[in-house]
Design a protein around this ligand. Structure first.
Ligand SMILES: [Zn+2]
Length: 371
């Protein structure tokens, strides 16, 4: 049975929502509550396509089902328009954290592009500080309700603008004050990480971790550039790494696969893949394999030993949650709780945290899944 983004689902009699989870690929401007958009738009004088929260939620879903990344990205014009003030950014960040906690997430990384939030006259540092205030307010309110969550910022540069070095410097400047990593987003095809090489060189010299959107709207060359030019420690989606796998035979349960050098590297170096099942379907990232979740190479990658993680990408656009994505995968591939736990352990191990903090997450996940 389908669930919505606030729903729960059971697997082996256990509430998926109640299980401890880690969310690594989760866009701030893709995770607004429709009601909040309406209220912030009213204050900012921004026009909304639907005046009621439910209708606006439907609108996002319809817009996002277009099958093209470029069309999908247009829904962000609205969310970004209401995130141009300190109060707007703070509120959206606070609710982001609360919604994650309500979904059972114990650690999250929120990615967003500060350069897109300067329309109200705030500086790059001020917008990062506003989001951090909201995150901390959210963490406090979650703690007040008897749970624990921690959320770190992934400071994102847009691939098609010319600010990546400045944004990389911004990220490093906020290390220890909320920023835990760097990312690049926006149109992937035609904008390889090699174009942003000075930013990545700077980050590498500062030993600041990066994940890179790659292998979503473009293929193996983009992934190669993310690893070589971007020194990416994780791949944002990375789903098209499966293009470097050649399934030569399927004998019952056993699949024989020929690996390209790139796929072998990504698997054997355990470079985490931030897979986002619903989003990958909507943007056409898995079009080469099919149009249904069952066609997603997720299971092939998992069975072959890739470090797969499960993500929401954009909760509002895909009307989803981590609970929902896990349920969809469990239904499509007959996963058990042990599989779901493996995905969370992969995500915890891939978090941009210290090794002690990652071990703590791994312990919490182990406890939560065995309870
Ligand atoms: Zn993304």
């Amino acid at each position: 049975m389908a669930i919505d983004q606030h729903g729960d689902a059971n697997l082996e009699g256990v509430s998926i929502r109640s299980l401890p989870k880690v969310s690594l690929h989760d866009h701030l401007d893709g995770a607004l509550r429709p009601q909040t958009i309406i209220e912030l738009a009213d204050e900012a004088g921004v026009e909304v396509p639907e005046a009621a929260a439910d209708d606006l939620a439907d609108w996002f879903e319809d817009q996002s089902d277009s099958g093209s990344l470029v069309e999908y990205l247009k829904t962000f014009d609205l969310t970004i328009a209401v995130m141009q003030t300190r109060d707007g950014l703070r509120r959206v960040a606070k609710e982001f954290v609360e919604d994650l906690a309500a979904d059972g997430v114990i650690y999250g990384e929120v990615r967003w592009a500060p350069e897109q939030h300067l329309g109200g006259g705030l500086s790059l540092d001020e917008v990062v500080e506003a989001v951090q205030e909201g995150i901390e307010e959210g963490e406090d309110s979650v703690e007040g309700s008897g749970r624990d969550i921690r959320v770190g910022q992934l400071i994102t540069a847009m691939r098609h603008t010319d600010r990546s070095l400045e944004i990389a410097e911004l990220a490093v400047r906020h290390r220890g004050r909320g920023a835990v990593g760097f990312d690049i987003a926006g149109p992937e095809a035609g904008f390889p990480p090699s174009n942003l090489r000075p930013a990545f060189d700077y980050l590498a010299s500062a030993f600041f971790p990066a994940t890179v959107h790659a292998g979503e709207a473009a293929g193996l060359d983009s992934i190669r550039s993310a690893l070589i030019d971007g020194r990416a420690l994780r791949l944002g989606h990375g789903v098209r790494i499966a293009e470097d796998l050649d399934v030569v035979a399927e004998k019952g349960e056993e699949v024989q696969v020929r690996f390209g050098d790139l796929a072998r590297w990504v698997r054997d170096r355990e470079i985490p893949l931030e897979l986002s099942p619903s989003s990958n379907l909507q943007t056409g990232a898995i079009a080469a394999w099919g149009t249904q979740l069952e066609d997603h190479p997720f299971d092939l990658l998992y069975q072959l030993g890739f470090a797969v993680t499960v993500n929401v990408d954009n909760r509002t656009m895909s009307r989803t949650s981590l609970t929902r994505e896990l349920k969809l995968l469990a239904d499509a591939f007959e996963y058990t709780l042990d599989d779901l736990e493996a995905f969370q352990l992969n995500a915890a191990a891939a978090a941009f945290l210290t090794i002690e903090e990652r071990e703590e997450l791994i312990e919490l996940i182990g406890e939560g899944f065995s309870a």
